[in-house]
Design a protein around this ligand. Structure first.
Ligand code: KIV
Length: 278
């Protein structure tokens, strides 16, 4: 088994490359919402996910429900412009794909055409199978998302881990199976216990990408701001903090403020001068 991500010279990873990684080197996925962040992370990962978590992380919303198609298109296009290597997947926001397969197709086609991304992600299992089959039969690659599905936060009664009871575990397994059979090229499993993630990963033919779903999945995804220490409101247990950039930002801005107040900035090195006339 190779340890390096699959990389073709000057070529983006495609959804087929990602699907082919089932049971191989784990797929590395991370969220990206902007061109500069996409550029910084692009070479290290396989998939850049423009998650609707941007509503909470960037816009300070208290859930993802108010995120709009226009927001996802603007951020999706920025991430595509800022990257060259990773496969870019854009989340479909709440209300843009649930009404009917035809409505979903119209909105997903806009996202593909206006961002240049490779695929869309949508939440839901068995209930979305007909829509996923409709989209994939018409050229729209779909990443599924089962388990804890944040757009259903009110129906689920919060963001708690799913699958601790037999009924819930069976439900998540049926959802993942339905999504895979409908033609999704991969499926995110969010917020579930290891035995459920392991059983799904063993049973479906497409790669599973876990978040809070254990190492048993075919890949992992994290919200970049969580693992970089940039989103400090709340750090879920499943997040490993790889950096404390939030602290760095605060201390850099404090140093800048102190310099301005003491008239130490701008200094001679930062001032444009005209050459004295001779
Ligand atoms: O919106 C998002 O960032 C996501 C990931 C957490 C999987 O859906």
């Amino acid at each position: 088994m190779s340890t390096a991500p699959t990389k073709k010279a000057n070529q983006r990873l495609s959804v087929r490359d990602i699907a082919a990684r089932k049971g191989q080197t784990p797929i590395v996925c991370i969220t990206a919402y902007t061109a500069p962040m996409a550029g910084l992370m692009d070479d290290a990962v396989d998939v850049l996910l423009v998650g609707d978590s941007l509503g909470m992380v960037l816009y300070g919303m208290d859930s993802t429900l108010a995120v709009t198609l226009e927001m996802m298109i603007a951020h999706g296009a920025a991430v595509v412009r800022g990257s060259k290597h990773a496969c870019v997947v854009v989340d479909m926001p709440f209300g843009t794909y649930q009404a009917s397969p035809a409505d979903a197709f119209k909105n997903c086609a806009r996202v593909l055409a206006e961002t240049g991304c490779a695929a869309v992600k949508l939440e839901g299992g068995a209930a979305m199978a007909e829509t996923i089959a409709f989209l994939t039969a018409r050229g729209i690659p779909v990443m599924g998302h089962v388990g804890l599905t944040p757009q259903s936060v009110h129906q689920l009664g919060g963001y708690r881990t799913r699958g601790k009871t037999d009924d819930e575990a069976d439900g998540i397994m049926s959802d993942a199976t339905a999504v895979a059979n409908a033609g999704a090229f991969s499926v995110v499993i969010e917020g579930t216990v290891e035995p459920v993630a392991r059983a799904i990963t063993k049973s479906v033919a497409i790669p599973t990408i876990g978040i809070g779903a254990s190492v048993a999945c075919d890949g992992q995804v994290l919200v970049a701001e969580d693992m970089l220490g940039l989103f400090s409101t709340f750090t879920p247990k499943f997040v490993k903090r790889y950096a404390e950039l939030g602290r760095e930002v605060t201390s850099a801005v404090e140093a800048y403020a102190a310099d301005v107040r003491a008239r130490r900035f701008p200094g001679p090195a930062h001032v444009v001068t005209t050459k004295p006339k001779t």
